[in-house]
Design a protein around this ligand. Structure first.
Ligand SMILES: Nc1nc2c(c(=O)[nH]1)N[C@H]1C(S)=C(S)[C@@H](COP(=O)(O)OP(=O)(O)OC[C@H]3O[C@@H](n4cnc5c(=O)[nH]c(N)nc54)[C@H](O)[C@@H]3O)O[C@H]1N2
Ligand SMILES: Nc1nc2c(c(=O)[nH]1)N[C@H]1C(S)=C(S)[C@@H](COP(=O)(O)OP(=O)(O)OC[C@H]3O[C@@H](n4cnc5c(=O)[nH]c(N)nc54)[C@H](O)[C@@H]3O)O[C@H]1N2
Ligand SMILES: [Mo]
Length: 808
């Protein structure tokens, strides 16, 4: 989230799109309802009517996978009606920047596309620089190649007619949402966007969010109270786990994963440190070498020195261009390229797409270590229905895990707040937590390497690895310390003392920190700030519900990101009634500002978007794999055979897996005319591995069902409560029909398209609960993140004569 939970109450308009916030983020909804009570309009745009829709002012159903068309129409509307916040757009966003002559867009493709590699050459989208290397700008926004004009031309195609025919949303409903949200383009109004999986789980997932970013920048809604783009995160601590990295392409603090193209520390640093010649640009990532060197120091301790590149060469490196996300890992397993695996706290045999294949893939392992609370579809894959366990070669170890109530540690919430989680009870029997398991396991591996040697033993032996696991100690290391006596702003810190903030981190070996973003969370002065529970605040902070002494948030306790965009060039809040920061008496008051420089008008300021190279909010986003502007493409499996916006049907860059078990239905396949979307439910958690073992939850939601409209039910001769079979080109599942007006037939391309919805929390292990919905979903993903397209694929549905045994 750019903002945080409490801040939602400050919004005048709330667009919930691609999220069922009331059911899956109930805490967020408390603040949504506060905003509503204060007069805000709440809108829910979602294929399915849910509890979120019920508490919104209005619900607008749309066809899954058409959000860019919907949002492109909104961008068009904002520009045509001149609802945008002109001063903000011209000064704070890159709308005024002139794009180079090589950039172009034709029939669904941007310049630089190579059909062989399915990749873009992004250098074709560079900004024009003057002779000093500073971007050329036209603040009148008239230059034909300035971002503003390119954007206007790009989205001019998103007319109400085309958007309506694509999304299935009536023109009246489109107009209603556009008008309501665009009204927040005034300086004293704010609109927030709340999204989750309905936007991300698509082959255009990142561009869905980019569309929202463009809208929010046009309306001046970034950096302000009640504004922002708010990703409602999922699994407990998923925010913390991405910050500290459970992803293959980044390392802690959102730095790039080293690959074989960067063999030395110098090569890595050169390739990853952006340069800006614009004196107005803070270009914050110029400090990356300090964060990276401190991270390597934390990893390799005193073995890491400036002279040996901080042991960079000992890091394992991925192959450049290879994808190591789940779908591709299971594909490698399927191809017999992986011998063993460790799966902890994850139930991929239920939660990864096309589980028909991933189950087979797991059979190919020689050994598998799992750690779980219960037996799951993954721990017990070797004895799944229809397979003979005797023929399965995998040796499976199941380690009993401590439950989260039995552990202590920090959790980072969606608003980036770090909160200490206390242990309630001690783990039972032999159960242990993940940290203990890993620290001990690696210590044993290190002993073996020390004794027997092996390939590159130093990589493990030189690690600064603890003897035993202690959550408090890990948090201290995450913050980081000085490795020698150092003076910061007149204060002397002794060797071994905690660094006060990331501004103290250096690239000379004098500091160690496991994550620069968390530097300041555990300091010499205040200890572990995730435990802070003070409601103290200034009257200005009280107006917007900002509690700076309650827990701590990254970065540097800044509660609303990009908050320097909430003030004018003199540092005066655009909306004084809900000011986030203000320049008063020669200093900033309110929230922690994005950098302490004085306001821009002093001539000593910096542009507010300090993390982007040129300092501007990115309406034009040249860093993405699939284009600097968003563009509507159909989901990979689509019920239509054309795209009303171009000749390019699906994303030209989406990721797919080519195997004999990864079939995709061709466009408008008459065998699979119905759109399927999948989702979570209130009563279960994700793949259900945990909650299906809680009897009362299982009782409330005992088996797999499919939500279908009365119209489709009639067409197919299906009654509420009857058994049905749902089939895609990859597999089939059995479920109970839930006939409900919550799903609506939609008019798309002039005809009726039906959409059905299914939860994915059921599986074969817990008796009587039905099969995994992910037998139906395809292994295709977004080109930037490889997140699978769980939210839209094509299926058919028919009444079952009788429900058979679960298929293998
Ligand atoms: N009770 C409970 N809470 C949970 C979870 C749980 O399982 N149970 N899971 C947690 C996790 S891990 C996560 S990631 C979050 C997920 O939180 P959400 O994202 O809210 O969960 P979903 O139900 O997957 O999807 C949200 C909505 O997207 C809609 N949708 C589907 N396709 C589209 C589309 O193409 N466009 C639009 N606009 N909407 C679409 C669905 O109809 C659904 O209402 O919730 C977390 N909270
Ligand atoms: N079709 C479809 N598929 C989806 C999605 C969708 O919307 N549609 N959503 C996706 C999303 S957002 C997510 S997050 C994934 C979730 O996918 P998974 O992470 O596979 O789902 P969970 O059910 O959360 O599985 C976690 C397992 O960890 C166990 N567990 C819980 N606590 C602990 C613990 O402390 N220690 C250990 N060792 N184990 C523990 C639980 O018993 C459970 O079996 O599913 C994805 N799959
Ligand atoms: Mo999730």
């Amino acid at each position: 989230m750019t903002n945080h939970w409490i801040d939602i109450k400050n919004a005048d308009s709330i667009l919930i799109m691609g999220s069922n916030a009331a059911e899956h983020h109930p805490i967020s909804f408390k603040w949504v309802l506060r905003a509503k009570d204060a007069g805000a309009t709440v809108m829910h745009v979602d294929p399915k009517f849910s509890r979120t829709s019920a508490r919104s002012d209005f619900h607008v159903p749309l066809r899954s996978g058409t959000d860019i068309a919907f949002l492109g129409g909104m961008i068009h509307y904002i520009l045509e009606s001149e609802s945008y916040f002109k001063e903000y757009v011209a000064e704070y966003t890159n709308a005024a920047l002139v794009v180079g002559k090589k950039f172009g867009f034709k029939d669904g493709l941007f310049t630089g596309y190579d059909p062989k590699t399915r990749l873009y050459d992004k250098s074709k989208w560079d900004f024009e620089l003057d002779k000093n290397g500073v971007p050329v700008r036209d603040v009148t926004l008239q230059h034909p190649r300035c971002v503003f004009q390119l954007m206007r031309k790009h989205y001019a195609r998103y007319s109400l007619d085309k958007v309506s025919a694509t999304t299935g949303v009536s023109k009246e409903n489109l107009q209603r949402v556009y008008e309501t949200f665009a009204a927040t383009g005034k300086p004293d109004k704010a609109g927030t966007v709340m999204y989750a999986l309905g936007w991300t789980q698509h082959t255009v997932g990142v561009q869905n969010i980019r569309s929202a970013a463009i809208i929010q920048l046009l309306l001046g809604n970034i950096g302000v109270a009640g504004g922002g783009i708010n990703a409602l995160r999922g699994e407990p601590n998923v925010q913390g786990s991405t910050d500290h990295t459970l992803l293959y392409h980044i390392i802690p603090g959102y730095m790039a994963m080293p690959h074989n193209g960067w063999q030395t520390y110098e090569e890595y640093v050169k390739a990853n440190t952006p340069v800006s010649n614009d004196p107005l640009s803070a270009n914050w990532w110029q400090h990356k070498p300090k964060y990276f060197a401190s991270l390597l120091k934390a990893w390799f301790g005193q073995n890491a020195t400036k002279d040996n590149g901080f042991c960079y060469e000992l890091l394992p490196k991925i192959e450049k261009g290879e994808d190591y996300s789940y779908m591709f890992l299971f594909d490698r397993m399927y191809r017999n390229k992986i011998r063993g695996g460790i799966i902890i706290g994850l139930n991929p045999m239920n939660s990864v797409p096309n589980t028909n294949k991933v189950r087979k893939a797991l059979d190919n392992l020689d050994w598998l270590v799992t750690a779980e609370l219960h037996h799951s579809e993954t721990t017990d894959n070797w004895r799944r229905p229809g397979v003979d366990p005797k023929k399965n070669k995998t040796e499976v170890f199941l380690l009993p895990s401590a439950h989260r109530l039995e552990k202590e540690g920090s959790v980072t919430n969606s608003g980036r707040w770090l909160l200490w989680h206390y242990q309630a009870i001690k783990p039972g029997y032999e159960a242990r937590n993940f940290g203990q398991m890993f620290v001990d396991m690696l210590n044993r591996v290190r002993d073996l390497y020390a004794k027997d040697g092996g390939v590159l033993p130093e990589a493990l032996l030189k690690l600064n690895w603890p003897q035993s696991y202690d959550a408090e100690e890990v948090c201290r290391r995450i913050n980081g310390h000085f490795t020698r006596d150092t003076e910061v702003k007149g204060k002397l810190y002794k060797k071994g003392q905690q660094v006060p903030s990331f501004t103290a981190l250096a690239d000379d070996g004098s500091t160690s920190s496991l994550n620069w973003l968390y530097a300041g969370s555990y300091t010499e002065e205040d200890g572990n700030k995730s435990k802070r529970r003070s409601a103290e605040q200034t009257p200005m902070q009280a107006k917007i519900g900002l509690y700076p002494n309650w827990s701590w948030c990254w970065p540097v306790n800044r509660r609303i990101l990009y908050n320097r965009a909430s003030v004018d060039e003199q540092g005066r809040p655009f909306n004084p009634a809900k000011a986030v920061i203000a320049w008063k008496g020669g200093k900033w008051v309110g929230d922690v500002p994005d950098g302490g420089w004085p306001p821009l008008a002093t001539g000593k300021g910096r542009n507010p978007f300090i993390m982007s190279r040129h300092g501007y909010g990115q309406i034009f986003g040249p860093g993405r794999q699939d284009g600097p502007f968003s563009e509507h493409y159909e989901p990979v499996e689509t019920p239509v055979d054309s795209n009303l916006f171009s000749g390019q049907l699906s994303s030209p860059c989406y990721k797919a897996i080519d195997s004999d078990m990864d079939q995709l239905a061709p466009p408008a396949d008459p065998r699979f005319p119905i759109v399927l979307t999948t989702y979570n439910v209130t009563e279960h958690w994700c793949g259900g591995g945990e909650t299906r073992n809680v009897p009362n939850l299982l009782e409330t939601e005992p088996q797999l069902y499919v939500e279908i409209s009365p119209e489709l039910a009639k067409e197919k001769g299906i009654n509420n409560g009857e058994g049905v079979i749902i089939e895609s080109v990859r597999g089939r599942v059995e479920a109970i029909a839930m006939v409900t007006v919550r799903m609506r037939p939609l008019k798309v391309h002039g005809r009726i398209v039906h959409e059905i919805g299914m939860p994915f929390c059921f599986g074969w292990t817990t008796p009587g609960t039905g099969d995994s919905t992910n037998r139906l979903t395809p292994s295709v993903g977004d080109p930037n993140t490889t997140i699978p397209e769980y939210k839209a694929c094509c299926v058919n549905i028919r009444k079952a004569d009788k429900l058979t045994e679960l298929a293998t």
